[in-house]
Write a protein that binds this ligand. Structure first.
Ligand SMILES: Nc1ncnc2c1ncn2[C@@H]1O[C@H](COP(=O)(O)OP(=O)(O)OP(=O)(O)O)[C@@H](O)[C@H]1O
Length: 453
C-alpha cells in the first residue's frame, strides 16, 4: 500500500505537487493520470525517496521509502528507461543491480526471460530500441520480486504486442496481490489495464475512484434511437414525443437520433405511446479518453496554437499584419486561468487557417495552410473562460473528488532544495529516474569498456 498525506513539492516558485492525499491499494492496477507537467513523475519520485516533499509525507507499507527494510526487495520501479549505462550489456546492468541488493544472480536470467530479452542479454543496451529499453527497465523493476511496483509510462515505445504484454503483466502482478501504480497517457490502454484511477491536474487531486465510476461521472451518456428508414413521419413523431417529455434530440450522421436527458425505458415507453416502431435503441457512454479530457481540460498547461505563419504568408489585398489570434513569437501558449475551470466542451476539430480562403497561390518553399506540418498539433480548444464551470457528469451531492485546480499560495520565497549548493540529488539508494529495482545504481556513467560480447 502506498499512502500520501498532504504531499506538496515546490521547486523554488514552482509548485509541482500540492496537498496530494491518496492511497494506492494492493491487488489492483491503479492508473495515475494527468496532463503533461501535472506532477506525476514528481509524485513518483517522492514515493521512491528520490525527491523530498516540501511538506506532507508519503509512505510505502507504512514506512518512508528510505526507512524501508531491504527496499529493493519490496519496491520496484521504472521511471526512465533511458537512464541505463549504455556500455553495459542488459545482463550486466541487471547483475549489478542484483548484486547491490543481495539478489541472487540466477534471478537476472529469470527476469530477462520474463521480459523477452533473453536472446539479447549480452548486447550493450545502447544499441537497444526504445521498446527494448522499456523491457529492460521493467526487468529491473521486477528483479527483487517486489510487492509494490511503480511504472512511469511503461508502454512508451512498445509495439502493439509489447503493449499487450505490459497490460497482461500489470494485471497478473495485481492479481498476485501486489500494489501496481502506473502512469500513462494512453487512455485506451488505461481503460483496459487499470482498475482504479488517480487523476491529478496542476499537482492537485482531481479524481480518485474506480475506472468505471470515473467514466460514468465524467461523461454524458446518451441513447441512440433509430426509426425505420424511409419513414420520416415516424421519426418526427418520436422527436416531438421525446422533446415534450424533456428529452433533447440531435440527429446522428447515419440518420439515427442521439437522445439525452431520458432513460432508455422511458424512451421506449414514449415511442410505444406515440405508436412509433424502433429499429434501434441502445445505450452509449463516452470513452475514458473523453471523460479524461472533460475533467482535465482546465488544467492543461501546454496548448498549441494554430500556426499562422506570420510574415510568411499574406492574405491577398491585406496589409502584412499579425494574425489576430496568434501569439507573438516566443509568447507562452494560452493558459487556463488558475482557479477557473474551463467550459465543458470537448476540444473542437483542428481549426483551419482563417486566412486560407484569401491566400495567394502556393509559393515554392512556403508551407501551405491546412497541410499537416511537422510539430504542429491540433488546436485543442478555446481558452477557458472565467466564470465557467465543468458540468458534464458533475456529481450532484455525490462524493466525486473533482476540483478545479487552484493556484496554491505559491510561496515564491519557499526554499528550493535543488537551488545552488544542492546540485546533487538527495543521497538515496536509487538514482534519479533510474529504471531499477529500488536500490539500483543506474546513474553510474563510468566507462566500463571491458564488458559485453
Ligand atoms: N527538478 C525540477 N526543478 C524545477 N521544476 C521541476 C523539476 N521537476 C519537475 N519540475 C516541474 O514540476 C512540474 C511537474 O513536473 P512532472 O515531471 O512531475 O510532471 P508530469 O506530470 O510527470 O509530466 P509529463 O506527463 O510531461 O511527464 C512541471 O512544471 C515541471 O517543469
Amino acid at each position: 500500500m502506498i499512502e500520501a498525506y498532504g504531499l506538496t513539492k515546490r521547486y523554488g516558485a514552482k509548485t509541482a505537487v500540492y496537498n496530494l492525499s491518496f492511497q494506492v491499494r494492493p491487488g489492483a492496477v491503479t492508473g495515475f493520470l494527468g496532463p503533461n507537467g501535472s506532477g506525476k513523475s514528481t509524485t513518483m519520485r517522492m514515493i521512491l525517496g528520490l525527491d523530498a516533499p516540501t511538506s506532507g509525507r508519503v509512505t510505502v507499507g507504512g514506512h518512508n521509502f528510505r526507512d524501508l527494510p531491504n527496499a529493493p526487495r519490496q519496491v520496484g520501479a521504472l521511471l526512465d528507461a533511458k537512464a541505463v549505462h549504455g556500455g553495459r550489456s542488459a545482463r550486466n546492468h541487471l547483475l549489478s543491480l542484483a548484486q547491490l541488493s543481495g539478489i541472487p544472480a540466477r534471478r537476472v536470467d529469470e527476469v530477462l526471460g520474463v521480459v523477452g530479452l533473453q536472446d539479447v542479454g549480452k548486447k550493450r543496451s545502447k544499441g537497444f530500441s526504445l521498446g527494448m529499453g522499456q523491457r529492460l527497465g521493467i526487468a529491473a523493476a521486477l528483479l527483487g520480486d517486489p510487492q509494490v511496483l511503480l511504472f512511469d509510462e511503461p508502454v512508451n515505445g512498445l509495439d502493439p504486442e509489447g503493449i499487450l504484454w505490459v497490460r497482461n503483466l500489470m494485471r497478473r502482478l495485481a492479481s498476485e496481490g501486489r500494489t501496481v501504480f502506473v502512469s500513462s497517457h494512453l487512455m485506451s490502454e488505461m481503460a483496459q489495464t487499470a482498475d482504479h484511477l488517480i487523476v491529478i491536474g496542476r499537482g492537485q487531486l482531481m479524481a480518485d475512484m474506480p475506472v468505471q465510476e470515473f467514466i460514468e461521472r465524467n461523461s454524458i451518456g446518451f441513447a441512440r434511437v433509430r426509426t425505420p428508414d424511409g419513414e420520416p413521419e415516424q421519426r418526427e413523431k418520436l422527436v416531438s414525443a421525446l422533446q415534450e417529455a424533456g428529452g433533447r434530440t440531435q440527429p446522428e450522421e447515419d440518420g439515427a437520433l442521439r437522445v439525452t436527458g431520458l432513460p432508455l425505458p422511458r424512451i421506449s415507453d414514449l415511442a410505444h405511446g406515440a405508436d412509433v416502431r424502433l429499429w434501434e435503441l441502445s445505450p452509449h457512454q463516452a470513452s475514458l479518453e473523453e471523460a479524461y479530457m472533460r475533467l482535465t481540460q482546465s488544467s492543461v498547461d501546454y496548448r498549441s496554437t494554430t500556426d499562422m505563419r506570420a510574415g510568411l504568408q499574406q492574405p491577398v489585398g491585406a496589409p502584412a499584419m499579425a494574425a489576430p489570434t496568434a501569439a507573438p513569437p516566443g509568447m507562452a501558449p494560452p493558459q487556463a486561468v488558475p482557479g477557473m475551470a474551463a467550459a465543458p466542451q470537448m476540444p473542437p476539430a483542428p481549426q483551419g487557417n482563417p486566412y486560407a480562403a484569401q491566400q495567394a497561390a502556393p509559393q515554392p518553399g512556403v508551407p501551405q495552410p491546412g497541410a499537416p506540418q511537422p510539430g504542429t498539433a491540433p488546436q485543442p480548444g478555446p481558452a477557458p473562460q472565467p466564470g465557467t464551470v465543468p458540468q458534464p457528469g458533475a456529481p450532484e451531492g455525490g462524493t466525486l473528488q473533482m476540483r478545479a485546480p487552484q493556484a496554491p499560495a505559491d510561496g515564491a520565497s519557499a526554499p528550493n532544495p535543488y537551488a545552488a549548493g544542492a546540485a546533487a540529488p538527495p543521497a538515496g539508494p536509487m538514482a534519479k529516474g533510474a529504471p531499477a529495482a529500488a536500490g539500483g545504481d543506474a546513474t553510474s556513467t563510468a566507462k566500463n569498456e571491458g564488458e559485453d560480447a
